[in-house]
Design a protein around this ligand. Structure first.
Ligand code: HEC
Length: 210
């Protein structure tokens, strides 16, 4: 029996050391947890994909939103989901606008209709069909904000050059600081209350008779 007891004792000893190591290691894990919400770049200036954006704050889902009166000719519907990092969301609630280092994600998914018990309406498909990020990084981008496009939600994002239609439409029509807060229902009342809506949006809103 003796050797078995000895092995058991050694086993418990090893376990205790392992547990102690985990406990000691824990503070550094916690320190790293805040970092993924900040924008991070490769030396070539690509944006690293925000890995945990699905745990950020959810702003909206649009379905088949179109910005021109013409039918876009798509044969299937699409959802887009918008997320923002929690620090930026908290900042917006206080100030009605976006802090430096805000990261906003637009994720596009196919709208499906056939599956499980569903007989009517749409639900979101598992695959991400398009992925774009809008980043506020004042020291890095002359216009404070930049857009990045991704081939997938895992690869790095390519900087979209200023002058692209992304910048023009967002600057001309977005309600707050080049972002489409008019479509983010928890934030629009905040922007109204804090008086941070852009003059062009206020003009559009008035001409809509609202
Ligand atoms: C004609 C206008 C228009 C153009 C052009 C446009 N967008 Fe947008 N964008 C919108 C609207 C409207 C929303 C709000 C979507 C919603 O409510 O679901 C939006 C939202 C976004 C968001 C979410 C964060 C935010 O800024 O509100 C990102 C990211 C984004 N667009 C990226 C892009 C990129 C990248 C391009 C260029 C490839 C682009 N957009 C071009 C109208 C536009």
């Amino acid at each position: 029996m003796f050797p078995r007891t000895l092995f058991a004792a050694i086993g418990i000893g090893v376990l205790a050391v392992a547990v102690a190591a985990i406990v000691v290691a824990r503070p550094s894990t916690t320190v790293h947890a805040a970092a993924p919400s900040l924008p991070a770049y490769t030396p070539k200036g690509e944006l690293l994909p925000p890995a945990n954006y699905r745990e950020w704050i959810y702003l909206t889902s649009g379905i088949d939103m179109s910005y021109s009166p013409k039918d876009n000719g798509m044969d299937h519907s699409m959802f887009d989901n918008v997320f923002v990092n929690p620090e930026a969301y908290q900042g917006f609630l206080k100030t009605g606008t976006w802090l430096d280092k805000t990261v906003m994600v637009l994720e596009v998914r196919e709208a499906k209709s056939k599956g499980s018990i569903n007989v009517r309406g749409h639900f979101q498909g598992a695959g991400v069909m398009d992925f774009e990020v809008h980043v506020k990084d004042e020291a890095r981008f002359p216009g404070k904000w930049a857009f990045f496009s991704f081939d997938s939600d895992k690869g790095n994002g390519t900087l979209i050059p200023t002058g692209a239609p992304c910048y023009t439409c967002h600057a001309a029509h977005a309600a707050v600081d080049t972002t489409f807060v008019q479509f983010y229902p928890t934030l629009l009342p905040v922007a109204h209350a804090k008086g941070t809506l852009s003059p062009s949006f206020l003009k559009e809103e008035m001409s809509d008779g609202k």
